[in-house]
Design a protein around this ligand. Structure first.
Ligand SMILES: *Cc1c(COP(=O)(O)O)cnc(C)c1O
Length: 403
């Protein structure tokens, strides 16, 4: 006897149809060659304004060489989670290197920035604790907060006074308090108000945590991040960074006291239950920190390109975020369009003209705040950026986004 099985997942077709109806359905764009400032996606040559490869390290010869050498010497995998048999010397070497670079006691590396945030926040807080969190914090922070089951008090974006009010509202209640912010906000490119937030955390005895995913390798001396940028050393208890963006490889790290890091060894679930990096990844990252120290001109070029591109983009008349002045102070510049469908159409049109700028809509950004996010890197030439600006201007006018 045969029975016809009704697909229990058939409701997903309706969900996808709804996305198509809204105009925010997308297909993955596939990179044919290296992650580079000019490369081929889906067979089309484009100027790439979509990657987080700030310093061009994904293809840096020293990093490539380090990965190959480590693979020859140690093989391709670590074979276990860190707490069983998967801690290799090269993992420890990387962590010590990052701790020295950041000027902190200790560091632990996770498989990604996402697991670093989610695994850390969920490990040391519980239902009786409070998390005071910026409304635009990264999804990995939000997931970590939810996993911890602590009570979450959201404060208005970058609003120190509101954060302080939130802290004050729970000051007399038992339970730990964590104040948490992105160093650089990934969708808007603006910088978290660390000095004010540190002062608020100190006033109320809260633990202070900063996620520097988009600031590692970008801000501060040799890319030491927002803590160094603002000179708030010693005032941030937990610093998270990523090895997947400017560092060019993959991973996330957490810096703090020796005790805090040892606690994470025992309680952070991605550390306990998911295999550690292949040795090639650790070796690549070690080489990347050497490059940050030895080739400061990369970061200088990143900022020269950033200032040039931002100024020209503003002159074209695009809405680049912010109420009075442009909000972004970093290589990330959003072109805010608002409507999801118009954003995807704009992204498609510039792609056809040879510029890769990804359209980002709900739920990655709030409803009505859809945008094409642009990111310049150290390795773009001025002529490539000029060409990209011409395309953005031309298509922007055709579509009535600018006058
Ligand atoms: C990208 C990002 C992460 C995640 O980092 P991955 O290494 O890509 O997992 C975490 N936080 C912020 C703010 C980010 O932008």
């Amino acid at each position: 006897m045969t029975t016809t099985r009704i697909d229990p997942l058939s409701f997903l077709s309706d969900e996808l149809a709804a996305l198509k109806q809204k105009g925010t359905y997308f297909k993955l764009r596939v990179l044919d060659d290296e992650q580079a400032p000019v490369c081929h996606f889906d067979g089309r040559k484009v100027i790439n304004l979509a990657s987080n490869n700030y310093l061009g390290l994904t293809t840096h010869p020293k990093l490539r060489e380090a990965a190959l050498a480590a693979t020859r010497k140690y093989g391709v995998g670590s074979g276990a989670v860190r707490t069983i048999a998967g801690t290799m010397k090269i993992h420890m070497e990387l962590e010590e290197k990052i701790a020295r670079f950041k000027g902190v006691e200790a560091c632990v590396v996770f498989q990604s920035g996402f697991t670093a945030n989610a695994g850390t926040v969920s490990s040391f807080l519980g239902p009786d604790d409070y998390i005071i969190s910026d409304e635009l914090n990264h999804a990995s922070i939000i997931d970590g907060c939810r996993l911890s089951r602590a009570k979450i008090l959201v404060f208005r974006h970058k609003d120190v006074t509101h954060a302080e009010e939130r802290l004050a509202s729970v000051a007399n209640l038992p339970g730990k308090k964590l104040l948490i912010t992105d160093g650089v906000f990934s969708m808007d490119g603006d910088i978290g108000p660390l000095p004010g937030l540190c002062a608020a955390a100190e006033k109320y005895g809260a633990i202070m945590m900063v996620d520097d995913a988009h600031s590692s390798g970008v801000l501060g001396r040799n890319g030491r991040g927002t803590i160094d940028h603002f000179g708030v050393h010693g005032r941030v208890d937990i610093q998270v960074g990523t090895l997947s963006k400017a560092i060019g490889a993959l991973g996330g790290y957490v810096c703090g006291t020796r005790d805090f890091i040892e606690y994470l060894y025992h309680r952070a679930r991605p550390f306990l239950f998911s295999t550690s990096h292949p040795p090639s990844v650790a070796a690549t990252c070690i080489a990347a920190f050497d490059v940050l120290e030895d080739e400061p001109e990369l970061i200088e070029r990143l900022w020269t390109n950033t200032h040039f591109f931002k100024k020209e983009l503003g002159l074209l008349g695009f809405n680049v975020g912010g109420v009075t002045t442009p909000a972004s102070e970093t290589p990330i510049t959003p072109i805010i369009i608002g409507d999801g469908r118009a954003t995807m159409d704009f992204s498609k049109a510039i792609f056809e003209q040879g510029v890769m700028g990804t359209g980002i809509a709900f739920p990655t950004v709030p409803e009505g705040k859809a945008r094409v996010r642009t990111i310049v890197t150290a390795t773009h030439t001025e002529s490539e950026l000029t060409q990209a600006l011409e395309v953005l201007g031309k298509v922007g006018k055709q579509m009535g986004l600018i006058a």
